[in-house]
Design a protein around this ligand. Sequence first.
Ligand SMILES: Nc1ncnc2c1ncn2[C@@H]1O[C@H](COP(=O)(O)OP(=O)(O)OP(=O)(O)O)[C@@H](O)[C@H]1O
Length: 208
Amino acid sequence: MQVIIDGLGKRFNREWIFRNLTLELKAGNSYTFVGPNGSGKSTLLQVISGVMPLTEGKITYQLSNKIIDEDDWYRQIVLAAPYLELIEEFSLVELLNFHAGFKPFKAGIANQEILQRLELDASKSKAIKYFSSGMKQRLKLALAFYSDVPVVMLDEPTSNLDAKWSAWYREEVQRLAPSQLLLLCSNVPAEYDFCDKVINVGDYKPAQ
Ligand SMILES: Nc1ncnc2c1ncn2[C@@H]1O[C@H](COP(=O)(O)OP(=O)(O)OP(=O)(O)O)[C@@H](O)[C@H]1O
C-alpha cells in the first residue's frame, strides 16, 4: 500500500490549515503528524482517510500498483480517534461481530482472543455505553490493531489509557505487519518515538 499526497491543502472558511503538503507514505513504515494544538493534525488525518474533503491537491491510494477508487478507501483503513464514536447500543461481542462483518480480523484472531487480550471477557455482554473511557479506547485500538487492513490510522492513541494499557499500546503498535502502513497523530513522544518519520503539520501552515 502506498498513499501519495500531492500539493494537499485544507482551508476552513478563509483560514488555510495546511497547504502544499507533498508526501509518499509507504507500507512497512510508520509516520507521525506532530504539531501544537490546533495545528491541523486531526484535520490532516481525516482528509487522508477521506472522511473530510480536501480543498486542493490530490491523494492517491495505490495497492499492488493498482489505484484504488476514492469510494473504496474506507475498506483499506481502520481509524481510531477520540472524535469517532463506537456504536453505544451494542454489547462488546455484538460490536466485534458487526465490525468483523465489514473488516475481518487478522488470521488466528477470533473474538475470544481479543476479549482476552483486552481483559474484557467479563464485559462481553455489557453495552458499550456502560464502558469507561479507557475501556472504549482499548476497544478502538484493538479494532485497529487486529483488523486485516493495509492502513492503520491512530489519533491520540493513549488518551484515557493508564500506564498498563499505554504499555500495551506500545507493544501492539510495534507488532503491526510489515505490509501495513501506520499513520499517527500525537504530541506525546512515548506514543510515536519508534516511528520512522515525524512530520510537523505546523511547517505547512501558510502565512495568512
Ligand atoms: N469543521 C471545522 N470548521 C472550522 N474550523 C475547523 C473545523 N475543524 C477543525 N477546525 C480548525 O482547524 C484547526 C486545526 O484543528 P485540528 O483539530 O486538526 O488540530 P490538531 O492539531 O489536531 O489539534 P489538537 O492537538 O488540539 O488535537 C483548528 O484551528 C480548528 O479550530
